[in-house]
Design a protein around this ligand. Structure first.
Ligand SMILES: [Zn+2]
Length: 323
């Protein structure tokens, strides 16, 4: 497994009960980019604190999946910004109690440990691995950082006390969601999709540039009339134009279904959303997307004739090879 795939799996997979792993990911990328290979705990604590100060200054959104409770970092940042906790004292507290869970568990996923670690922990410092330095200095660093921001936003949304995939009503196959979900899909779709697709076009498999990645409705929007993320993919503008409002080959529908199952299996924050939108079981979801596809094929009899079919590999099969 390439380090970049391993990194993405660590960030996308896992049961996040708080946002610590995402914050640590941002700190590690930043320190590695500046070639800090040996990081002592006060240095790590200061960077971690500043990451949370910056994040919480944007909006005080929940950082923990327990309603009404705050993380240590939220309390420390609150103390610093209210001038009741001195910065030096705050760094000491974070160094002592801020990493007890996240540093030893950064590499742990529900399936176990992945590949070789990006750092080693010694008594009072971290030693970063060359693979992390190389990743942070690569051309992918900015997009990995934006994926972390996106994952962070999704977790905060999922931790909101009144977050629920409440149905406002149903109208045949059309399900209307709370406006929070609509905002989630529209504003966060691109980085979420980018992470899964590894920066590649859903239709041709070639690399995308961040500025030419178009969000495309796999089953045409002209039929489906919504922007639900289960039906969205990233594609080149040119592939998007070639496909237009035609019905794509079924192989792409199958790849879309596997993509959605991947988000669900990885406990991605959009999991609940996908389950509500497409079905409670894998079988129900397969039936649902197939029915929508078949209905759209009848309504829009124009097939997209693809010269060279190229379907993205299934990351779940990659992961099962590692176990
Ligand atoms: Zn393409």
């Amino acid at each position: 497994m390439q380090p970049i795939d391993q990194w993405r799996a660590l960030i996308l997979y896992g049961r996040n009960v708080a946002t610590y792993k995402i914050a640590l990911g941002k700190v590690l990328l930043d320190l590695a980019r500046r070639e800090h290979t040996t990081i002592n705990m006060p240095e790590l604590a200061e960077a971690f604190l500043d990451t949370y100060i910056e994040r919480l200054a944007q909006a005080a959104r929940p950082q923990l999946n327990v309603s009404g409770r705050k993380t240590l970092m939220e309390r420390v940042v609150g103390g610093v910004s209210a001038n009741v906790l001195q910065r030096n004292r705050a760094i000491e507290i974070v160094a002592r109690d801020g990493f007890n869970d996240v540093v030893p568990r950064f590499h742990t996923l529900p399936v176990g440990q992945l590949g070789s670690p990006f750092y080693h922990q010694e008594t009072y410092r971290l030693i970063l691995d060359d693979s992390l330095i190389a990743l942070a200095k690569s051309s992918h660093c900015a997009e990995l950082d934006s994926e972390l921001d996106s994952r962070w936003s999704l977790l905060e949304t999922a931790f909101e006390p009144n977050y629920s995939p409440a149905l406002l009503g149903t109208d045949g196959e059309q399900i209307i969601y709370a406006s929070a979900f609509q905002r989630l899909a529209v504003t966060s779709a691109r980085p979420v999709l980018w992470g899964y697709q590894n920066g590649r076009c859903f239709y041709c498999g070639e690399l995308l540039e961040t500025d030419n990645a178009h969000v495309d409705h796999l089953i045409p929007r002209a039929y489906i009339q919504h922007d639900e993320i289960w039906n969205l993919v990233l594609a080149h503008q040119s592939c998007n134009l070639r496909k237009s409002d035609n019905i794509p080959p079924q192989e792409y529908l199958d790849a879309l279904y596997r993509r959605n199952e991947y988000y669900i299996a990885s406990n991605h924050p959009i999991k609940d959303h996908l389950v509500v939108a497409t079905g409670r079981t894998a079988k129900a979801r397969a039936t649902y997307v197939r029915n929508v596809y078949d209905a759209a094929s009848l309504a829009i009899p124009r097939k997209w004739l693809v010269a060279k079919l190229s379907v993205l590999p299934d990351p779940l099969s990659t992961l099962s090879l590692i176990e």
